[in-house]
Write a protein that binds this ligand. Structure first.
Ligand SMILES: Nc1ncnc2c1ncn2[C@@H]1O[C@H](COP(=O)(O)OP(=O)(O)OP(=O)(O)O)[C@@H](O)[C@H]1O
Ligand SMILES: [Mg+2]
Length: 290
């Protein structure tokens, strides 16, 4: 399995779409961009000892809150701000490391930080998405040696050593890590983060934006979908507690109430959407209360 799941030269149109697709407070967007730009800038100018910037941002939050999408979009957005500089994004698949045979994952992690990332960083600013970082650097303190071979322990050590190496030697690397289980991430890694952003489920305001976005897109093909817009208020009320992924999927699922609506979304009625949202809310009452 390839450890690099995805790779882009930035800025990239698809990733600009990703950035705009995730609806969240403007101050969170601003903070993430500012934090990234600041890290790249400070690390070029000051020694680590007096300005301890690791160039690591962590996005933590429940599944489906848009972390991976946001991380990819952030890289592209920051690259746009660094006008004219060639930047790259590499997305690491942590499961590719885990599937390695015993003794290999530590070597693979070392290679990632000592060779793969530095090679990319030699050409310009390099954004590295460490997706589901609890898999790359599981918390050593909560690890039992019987259940987790010492190799996994060493892989976490290798990841931390790797981050420290990048911090000192490759000052144009920005690591963006995501996790939906921050407690399972090694504490030493979390402690190296320059900023940890908790990404929550979308507020009523942002659920409205998500629904408008979804309906507008569908209306480009089926114009009558626009007739649903006056009912958005009730959709927003019925989707309290939904994460962004669940909400986008619910709108799509509403169109699958019948073969007729699936064939022609012009026939989609507000009650189809409401019934679907209510059914999904009932299916997960705990989530709704959260
Ligand atoms: N706040 C949001 N606004 C709009 N869309 C969202 C939002 N959150 C999630 N989505 C939708 O859900 C999809 C899935 O999001 P993504 O895979 O980035 O979530 P994640 O937080 O990384 O989930 P996981 O923890 O399961 O990996 C996105 O492509 C997007 O369509
Ligand atoms: Mg994800």
């Amino acid at each position: 399995m390839d450890i690099i799941a995805d790779q882009f030269t930035l800025p990239h149109a698809d990733l600009a779409t990703a950035w705009n697709a995730i609806k969240l407070p403007a101050q969170v967007r601003e903070r993430l961009q500012a934090q990234s730009l600041l890290a790249l800038q400070l690390r070029q100018r000051f020694p680590f000892e007096t300005m301890p910037v690791h160039g690591l941002i962590v996005l933590a939050g429940k599944p489906g809150t848009g972390k991976t999408t946001l991380a990819r979009g952030l890289a592209s957005q920051v690259a746009t701000a660094l006008k004219g500089t060639k930047c790259t994004l590499i997305q690491i698949d942590p499961h590719a490391l885990n599937s390695s045979s015993l003794g290999r994952s530590q070597k693979e992690v070392s290679k990632l930080f000592h060779q793969t990332i530095p090679e990319h960083a030699a050409e310009g600013p390099c954004f590295v998405l460490l997706d589901e970082v609890e898999t790359l650097a599981p918390d050593r303190q909560s690890m039992s040696f019987e259940a987790n071979p010492a190799d996994v322990h060493r892989a976490t050590d290798a990841a931390l050593a790797g981050i420290d190496l990048l911090t000192r030697k490759h000052r144009n690397v920005l690591l963006i890590a995501t996790t939906n289980f921050p407690k399972a991430v090694d504490r030493a890694l979390m402690s190296r983060a320059d900023w940890i952003e908790e990404i929550g489920s979308p507020s009523a305001e942002h659920r409205t934006e998500i629904i408008v976005d979804a309906l507008d897109q569908l209306a480009t093909v089926w114009p009558r979908v626009r007739d649903l817009k006056p009912h958005i208020g009730s959709f927003v009320a019925a989707s309290e507690g939904f994460d962004g992924r669940k909400l986008r999927k619910a709108i799509i699922a509403a169109a699958a109430v019948s073969i007729e609506t699936a064939r022609d979304l012009n026939k989609l009625k507000p009650e189809h959407v409401l019934t679907t949202l209510n059914a999904l809310a009932e299916a997960n009452p705990a989530e709704e209360a959260a």
